[in-house]
Design a protein around this ligand. Structure first.
Ligand code: HEC
Ligand code: HEC
Length: 414
């Protein structure tokens, strides 16, 4: 998507190069024909798309004639007759991302100067000031909620919450800062290792772009994206399965991928099509949990451990941490990385940070086992009371790392 944007603005730039001079005596109509209509006709995206991945484009604000355009923009409160430079439309165009691309900046400047020149001329033109229109439809065709949902910053937040938060599972092999030691091992050349270095350290936006550019995100069929199918074990993966189909991680990856695909393919037209964000935040805490003495017959069954903390008011109402993995039945054990969790609107949500362990203390581990493989049949199934297996307590320090993890015994059952 962004790639498409960069490419198309080159065309856009070319289109404008010869028409950027401002002549003092240009009439509003000249300016409209020479500088505004080309924006409408241009086959490519406007500067708005640097932040609005879909839903809004500058072209939405240009009508068939200048009378219609002016009257409609005025009606919508986008033109300030007394202070043309304060016009809301100019403020929209002036918005600049934190890291603007040089080409994006050029397009923005051209759009800004074109509209500014035209608006200045237009507010002085008595014919235009008197123009009326029935068309109050100029502007985006989708509701405000859709515009908000498809904004780049909201999409990035979702990427961070749903995928970037789990990168600790991937970086040892996919970050160029950590995978160098793989070179020369198992026949991997430097080129092989470079080719799979899709993590851009400390830069989620660049990482998302890299996943798109390398074809690891499939916007036509998001569930088929390699960034999901490989670690979920649905396809051969050099790193083996990293999380189970139907697990929380699988659900989170799919939540982002399906939403992202819908955004960049302009699928959202109405508010009721928008997915809800999860009501919980989760980050890898750096801690590990192991449960031993599990029956062998549970081999490969998905186990989820929800971890509650003892507080002044008794056991916490919501979980402080969670962990999910299939059981290694032959070794009678289960082990997983732990995610610190907090309800989205809670005070604790602001405090949980990646690689920050949940503090030592007294904890209750509630164990759920998917004995009937419900999550395999329905990836959206959430393990609940009918999968509850039992609970155990532990207390004391809980160090990070898996050498050793925190070890608890499975509750004894018949
Ligand atoms: C630098 C990023 C950025 C760019 C570029 C950008 N916007 Fe926005 N836009 C935002 C943000 C952030 C909001 C929400 C916050 C707000 O409204 O102040 C928003 C909100 C909007 C809204 C919501 C309604 C409203 O009245 O606020 C519309 C419509 C809109 N932008 C149109 C545009 C158009 C048209 C362009 C291109 C000419 C554009 N934007 C360029 C970031 C951007
Ligand atoms: C132990 C090392 C290791 C870990 C950890 C690992 N992978 Fe991989 N991954 C590989 C290797 C090796 C390949 C190249 C062979 C292949 O395509 O399966 C690969 C390939 C990939 C590819 C295809 C890359 C490309 O451009 O061809 C994707 C996408 C991927 N892994 C995603 C993930 C995700 C997501 C995670 C974390 C949840 C992860 N991997 C964790 C070793 C690992």
């Amino acid at each position: 998507m962004l790639k498409q944007f960069r490419f198309s603005v080159v065309l856009y730039g070319l289109l404008f190069c010869h028409s950027s001079s401002i002549l003092a005596d240009d009439s509003a109509l000249d300016l409209f024909k020479r500088r505004i209509t080309p924006i409408l006709r241009a086959p490519n995206a406007s500067s708005c798309t640097e932040c609005h991945l879909s839903g809004v484009d500058l072209r939405d604000y240009i009508g068939e004639t200048q009378e219609e355009t002016f009257a409609s923009l005025r009606l919508a409160g986008l033109i300030d007759m007394d202070n043309p430079d304060q016009s809301k439309l100019l403020r929209f165009i002036k918005r600049t991302p934190d890291k603007p691309t040089p080409i994006g900046e050029k397009v923005r400047k051209q759009e800004y100067e074109a509209f500014r020149a035209w608006i200045h001329a237009a507010v002085k033109d008595p014919k235009l000031a008197a123009a009326k229109t029935d068309n109050d439809q100029l502007g985006p065709a989708v509701p405000l909620e859709v515009i908000r949902h498809t904004r780049q910053d909201r999409v990035m937040q979702s990427f961070v919450e749903n995928i970037w938060s789990e990168m600790g599972r991937c970086v040892s092999c996919h970050s160029p800062e950590l995978n160098r030691k793989k070179i020369g091992r198992n026949g991997f050349t430097k080129e092989d290792v470079d080719a799979i270095s899709w993590v851009v350290p400390r830069d989620p936006a660049a990482t998302l772009q890299e996943l798109v550019d390398t074809g690891n995100i499939d916007t036509d069929d998001p569930d088929e994206s390699q960034v999901l199918t490989k670690p979920a074990g649905l396809e051969e993966h050099g790193g083996g399965p990293k999380f189970a189909v139907g697990s929380r991680t699988d659900k989170n990856f799919r939540r982002f991928l399906n939403d992202y695909a819908a955004v960049v393919s302009d699928k959202y037209k109405q508010t009721d099509q928008l997915p809800k964000a999860s009501d919980e935040l989760a980050v890898l805490s750096g801690q590990h949990l192991r449960i031993i003495d599990l029956p062998e017959r549970f081999h490969q069954k998905l186990l989820r451990a929800d971890i509650y903390r003892y507080t002044d008011a008794g056991w916490s109402e919501t979980r402080w941490a969670t962990a999910e993995n299939p059981i290694a039945g032959k070794r009678n054990m289960w082990q997983s990385m732990v995610m610190a969790t907090a309800p989205r609107d809670s005070k604790r949500a602001a405090k949980i940070k990646p690689n920050t362990p949940v503090p030592g203390g007294r904890y209750l581990v509630k164990i759920y086992i998917d004995r009937e493989d419900k999550t395999k049949k329905d990836r959206d199934y959430e393990l609940g009371e009918s999968e509850f297996y039992g609970q155990v307590e532990f207390r004391g320090e809980w160090k990070t790392g898996y050498q050793p993890p925190r070890i608890v015994h499975a509750p004894s059952r018949d």
